[in-house]
Write a protein that binds this ligand. Structure first.
Ligand SMILES: Nc1ncnc2c1ncn2[C@@H]1O[C@H](COP(=O)(O)OP(=O)(O)OP(=O)(O)O)[C@@H](O)[C@H]1O
Ligand SMILES: [Mg+2]
Length: 358
């Protein structure tokens, strides 16, 4: 498999002795959008800075577009674009002058330079402000200028470090569409973000970094499925421990059993079904199901149901509604979100560090 990013035991120790990146093994497939998530201080920006040759690694290896960042930094630099977390534009130059400076830095052909700048400014709707000085721009306008500057030399790989922080919802969408469009054209995108919706929406894969290491890696859906599976397995183990204690029947076990019961998580699933021709009989039929712990018609055909989680629970609900002549317009389950995954994984990491297992 070809990777846009490939690191082997990459380490960064800053001059003050702090290890910000700790034997990082990060692989992002070529021509995909790879998301990097992690708590504040996890080492994301430090990693991006090493990959974009802004700072030097302490040890390990890193390749970008197949080139080693230490031995072939010029090959790396010519193939990458970077939208940094801290915008680095010249404040006393105009938008256009900033982009022109970047174009000259990368030796963009003078014959196509002006047209290229026009096209990119248009692409992110910032042409109207091209003669404004950067220090007169809003945060979002600066961010758009930074994106244009990063794309001027048609890079193979685009790094974006929290590019949509503070942007309004419409401007965010402009940037998301742009990332998807660039990816369709065959570019690899590396996106650091704390916006779970954004990452879920546009990334093909996600690496969660914590304390300078990769602690999870999967597709967005894969991460959510993994969380559900882990929870189900944990609950299964807890239930079998409870059963064992109950069978033992030893005095004093009640406290342990209650403690274990309290640690069962998300045993129930909440499902919302919209039924266009809902009747009391349908609600009753759903409520009577063995797998249903509660069902309420909350108006406008919206049926809120609490279910015991199992592979077939939702099937039973659908069958009960259909067999009573119901028309199901939509079903929504409360499956885990990427935010749930993030919180669960980083909390687990905290506990392991506290217990000295990391
Ligand atoms: N120049 C530096 N010298 C010493 N320590 C640094 C330096 N730059 C960053 N650090 C430390 O390295 C760690 C990782 O910082 P980094 O900026 O890579 O985190 P991050 O994952 O990008 O966080 P955020 O989500 O807040 O942007 C932090 O503890 C930070 O204080
Ligand atoms: Mg950062």
């Amino acid at each position: 498999m070809k990777y846009s990013i490939e690191t082997h035991d990459l380490v960064k120790i800053y001059d003050n002795g702090f290890k910000a990146v700790d034997n990082l093994n990060l692989f992002i497939e070529d021509k995909t959008i790879g998301g990097i998530l992690g708590p504040n201080g996890a080492g994301k920006t430090t990693t991006i800075k090493m990959l974009t040759c802004l700072i030097q690694k302490t040890s390990g290896d890193a390749k970008v577009a197949g080139f080693d960042v230490s031995t072939n930094p010029d090959d790396v630099r010519s193939r990458i674009g970077m939208v940094p977390q801290q915008i680095s534009l010249y404040k006393d130059l105009t938008v256009r002058e900033n982009v022109e400076l970047c174009a000259d830095f990368y030796n963009v052909d003078q014959r196509i330079k002006d047209k290229k700048i026009d096209d990119l400014l248009d692409l992110v709707n910032i042409s109207y402000a091209q003669d404004k000085y950067v220090n007169q721009l809003s945060g979002g306008m600066q961010q758009k200028t930074s994106v244009v500057a990063s794309l001027i030399h048609n890079p193979e790989i685009l790094f974006l470090d929290e590019p949509t922080v503070g942007l309004d919802p419409t401007t965010k969408r402009v940037l998301w569409d742009l990332m998807l469009e660039l990816n369709d054209e065959g570019k690899s995108i590396i996106l650091c973000s704390h916006d779970m919706y954004e990452v879920d929406k546009i990334c093909d894969s996600i690496n969660i970094i914590d304390s300078g290491k990769v602690v999870a890696n999967n597709t967005p859906q894969g991460l959510k499925d993994q969380l559900l599976k882990t929870k189900e397995e944990t609950n299964k183990n807890i239930r079998s421990m409870i059963l064992k204690l109950e069978e033992e029947g030893t005095k004093g076990n009640e406290e342990k059993i209650n403690h274990l019961r309290a640690s069962l998580t998300d045993e129930n699933e909440k499902v919302t079904v919209m039924v266009s021709n809902i009747t009391d009989e349908m609600v009753e039929a759903v409520r009577d199901l063995e797998v249903v712990t509660d069902a309420k018609h909350v108006g406008n055909g919206r049926l809120n149901i609490d279910l015991k989680r199992s592979e077939t629970s939702v099937n039973h609900v659908i069958t009960a509604i259909l067999s009573n002549g119901g028309n199901i317009a939509s079903i929504k389950t409360n499956d885990p979100t990427l935010e749930d995954v993030f919180v669960a994984i980083t909390a687990k990491q905290r506990t392991e560090i506290k217990n000295g297992r990391n």
